[in-house]
Structures are given as C-alpha cells and as structure tokens.
Design a protein around this ligand. Structure first.
Ligand code: NI
Length: 201
C-alpha cells in the first residue's frame, strides 16, 4: 500500500511538473489558433469526464501554442477542441512559474463591483477594446491532476479567467464591447468583419 501510494504521488508530481513547458516561441506550434469568423470559436465546450494523460498533453500543446503567440490565456475551442479546458499564465517572463490549468471551471460568485479594462484575444489579433466585467470572482474547477479546487481571483487574473471561460460558451470579448464605433474601427483596421460579432449587450 505504502509503495503504491508513493508511486502515485511520484506520478502526480511528474504530471504536474510537465505542465511547465518552455515559455518560448516555437517555429511550428503544435496547434492552430482559430480567428474571428471561424466556426470553431462559436462551438460550446463539453465537460471533461476524466482528467488523463491525453488531457494533460492537450494542455501542454495549448501552452506551447499560447507562448508562441505571446498570449496570457487560451481556451480549447480556440484550437478547435470542444472541451472545458483553459490555460493561463500571467508570468511569461519567469520560466519557473507554473501556468494555471482550469478544467470544467464554474464561477460560484462574482462581485457586484465592475471594472472596465482593455482586452485582447489571440483569436482576434490586433484588436484591443474596453470590456466591463465583475472585478472579483470565486470559482471551482479541476486541476491538471483532476483534483477539485476552489479559488478566488481579482485584478488581471479575474479578468483573464472570465475572458477564457466565455470562450467555453462560444462567446468572444468583442461580443461584450459596448463602444460600437470603436469596435467597427478596430475590426476593420485589423482585417476582421463585424458580421462575425454576436453582441450580447
Ligand atoms: Ni480570447
């Protein structure tokens, strides 16, 4: 029993360590990040039943593609995988800081207080616009080992989690932009079409 527990613990440590992939740009990233207009971005993601090596490998590949694109967050539907998985790393400069992997995330509480902050998205490169969201959130999720977790987030982390969770429901930050003139201008300047926005406001 003790032996097998130690073995399991070692396997768990190894799996967690392997979420740390080099935070560098690859010449050929493993996954293509789809952009505004692609159907992939509008597909809802399914809950993940079992967190296994396949899920961890997907998370690593998402991280490799995210680091290559110099992003701080990526959700599985952006790479045309319709599973409730997202990765976040707010410390790109520090190779030793592990990324955050959220599986089946659910927001359990959101602050009444709202913040306005300029967002961007790897699926809509070049477009940066203000979005209003709750300042702070609480959530439950499973980590990369499948363990149930809870966390509180505010600031940029709360912002980023809410943005990525929107992706799991096929919602993009441009859908939440209220400045319609600014939106039209930014989209046009960056080669995107406004018909692909599905406003939720
Ligand atoms: Ni995004």
């Amino acid at each position: 029993m003790a032996g097998s527990f130690a073995q399991l613990a070692r396997a768990a440590d190894k799996a967690r360590d392997t979420m740390l992939v080099p935070k560098t740009a690859l010449e050929t990233p493993p996954l293509e990040i789809h952009t505004l207009g692609a159907d992939a971005l509008r597909q809802p993601a399914q809950r993940i039943g079992k967190v296994n090596d396949q899920v961890r490998e997907l998370a690593r590949d998402m991280l490799r593609s995210m680091y290559t694109a110099k992003g701080i967050g990526l959700a599985a539907p952006q790479v045309a995988v319709y599973q409730q998985l997202l990765v976040i790393d707010l410390d790109l400069e520090n190779a030793a800081t592990p990324p955050l992997v959220l599986i089946n995330p659910e927001i359990t509480a959101a602050s009444a207080g709202l913040d306005t902050y300029e967002e961007g998205c790897l699926s809509i490169p070049g477009v940066y616009l203000d979005v209003v969201r709750p300042t702070a959130i609480e959530l439950s999720y499973r980590d990369e080992m499948g363990r149930p977790r809870k966390m509180k987030a505010d600031g940029l982390m709360a912002r980023c989690i809410q943005h990525e969770m929107d992706h799991l429901n096929g919602v993009l930050f441009v859908d939440r932009v209220t400045d319609q003139d600014g939106l039209q201008k930014e989209l046009k300047e960056n080669g995107f079409q406004s018909k692909h926005v599905q406003s939720v406001s």
